[in-house]
Design a protein around this ligand. Sequence first.
Ligand code: DGJ
Length: 728
Amino acid sequence: MSITFDSEKRLFSISTENSSYIMGIAADEILTHIYYGAKVEDSPNVREIYSDYIFKSMSPSYNKENPYISTAGIYQEYPTFGSADYRVPALKAEYEDGTNVTRLVYDSYRIYGGKPALEGLPAVYTHSDEEAETLEITLKDKYSQMRVILLYSVIKGFDAVIRSARIVNGGKEKIKLRSALSASMDFYNAGFEITYLSGSWARERHIKKAAVAPGNFTVESRRGASSHVLNPFVAVSEVGADEKHGEVYGYSLVYSGSFIAGTESDEESVRAYIGINPFNFCWTLEAGDSFQTPETVLVYSANGFGEMSRTYHRLYRTRLCRGKYRDTSRPVLVNNWEATYFDFNEEKILEIAKKAAECGIELMVLDDGWFGKRDNDKCSLGDWFVNYDKLPCGIDGLAEKVNALGLKFGLWFEPEMVSPDSELYRKHPDWCLHQKDRLRSESRNQLILDLSRKDVCDYIVKAVSDVLENANIAYVKWDYNRNMSEVGSALLDPERQGETAHRYMLGLYSVLERITSAFPDILFESCSGGGGRFDPGMMYYMPQAWTSDDTDAVERLYIQYGTSLAYASSMMGAHVSAVPNHQVGRVTPLEMRGLTAMCGRFGYELDLSKLTDEETETVKEQIKLYHKYENTVHKGDMYRLLSPFECDAAAVEYVSEDRKEVLFFYFNIKGTPAIPDRKVRLDGLDAGAYYRNTGNGEVYSGAALMNMGLLMPRNSDNFSMLTVFEKL
Ligand code: DGJ
């Protein structure tokens, strides 16, 4: 890891272990993007290989000496609106005099040890300044005196470049930011594809791929949350790249609100960009004010998608997730949602808890419906006081009874919401996001509290803390069940209404920081109607998220496989639920449901009291098995071997940190009769070492397992199998 500036050649070089990121200051003082890819350190001439620009016909130029250099054709690092760059800008500003041209030229740079925290925003962190280096490049618009500070950090041991931008109004007049992305860069167009994660409620993060063809391709959320529909992650890759081969560039945004990521290309160049979505965004900077964008984590892999994902997994697991549970084992839980929905009382919860204790489950989670008058989803969000009709001993009393059975106790909240039918709403009708005198559209009979307001944030912190302080609560599920509409705040000036959605995120992050740091022993799991806010921003505060409301084992194979492109198994809440499955009606074996959920943070979500004796024994075995191997699943390296998006099966492998334990999970989804077995090659092994199958004692060389592979059955539906190898 190193960052250097060659003052003669005016080149910035950022190196990670295996990658180089090179920028130059061009003759007209524009910061250009020269190269990002496999390491090219110490080449005397890199600038001479790629030109700073390409000629673009009909494109005006500022350059009197060489009129062929137009911003339309310069390979830029942080492009701005105005003049002749017709592509998507990273920055668009409007000035008080009605002008909107910004011309950023190089001003200065600074290189220092460590990585700065981003005020009010989640960010990758380090434990010491020796772990990281940061480059700050300041660009300046001479007309407005606006400065843009581009931040680049690298962390020892990770092939990642972490970028963000800080925009400072150094002039005397107001500036309106219409767009301020986190990162943008122009590549030489060698032919690329874009891979992204798309879906819906209960079908999150399916893998999609498209050609980066001339034109614009965007992956975005305009919903005020990162969303079920598209995730704030894209990978731009060499055409034909696969799990093990080809160059892949990952772009992941550490943000939970509306985002945009995309590519704009023509025959010669590709611009890739990511940041807050300019849709419905307008931020006013008074003189002296600054705006910090969220950060984006760029990961380069020369060896396909697998290596890119493993870098994200390790980085996010160890340098984004925080708190006591980052590294320790987390309890196996049972959640009552699919067991009872709203129809429960203390007796029923204790019945499930008793059976859970017998099975070896460690945590009983009480989901929605314990507060206010909430017997359905029509009321009471915001009224965070217990419903004594259902729970006569209160939450504290229930927690005590659950504890007495030997289990920890956890609780569901949806603190960002308010039901119109609630005491809170009747008292504070202006506390929700809304626009004056306009209809307030509802989803699931609820409105969103206006977290851009300090008083609302304080109320949430107090309401949640009061409950957490008064009962022995070990786990919180933090839900969020609708997206924004009529986005506006009663407290913001008319000209600042376009700031509401981002101010909401800043408010949310402050609330999460306050609550999670006040209760460091509580394990927090985020949720948004399943995986509607499964993003790095939330992971900074809560080390795991409920991956999807779809608990069907087959559906989960797709969802978890797609999610793994950017997120570690340690972040994915995964539960065994009842059959026929409540979302799709499918019946899958308990073994398969167990093995699928073991590839995430393991738990149960069904009425345990209805288990047969045989099922009870299976559940007991599953919990032991999970604990036996959880370290390898959650801290090891993951290899995706078979994609359910490409065949009727899925296979993943986890290799422990010390490389001694190998877990091979195989799932055959659709059985086909009279068909030869399927060859599955393992990955990430030491070719010359020997590995013993702990089930049958057979010994294979790493080379045999990786080249000859294993022959796996494919003749029955929903067949699942875990094979464990130990390195000899
Ligand atoms: C949506 C979540 O994803 C579910 O798991 C459950 O908690 C419900 N909300 C409760 O309303």
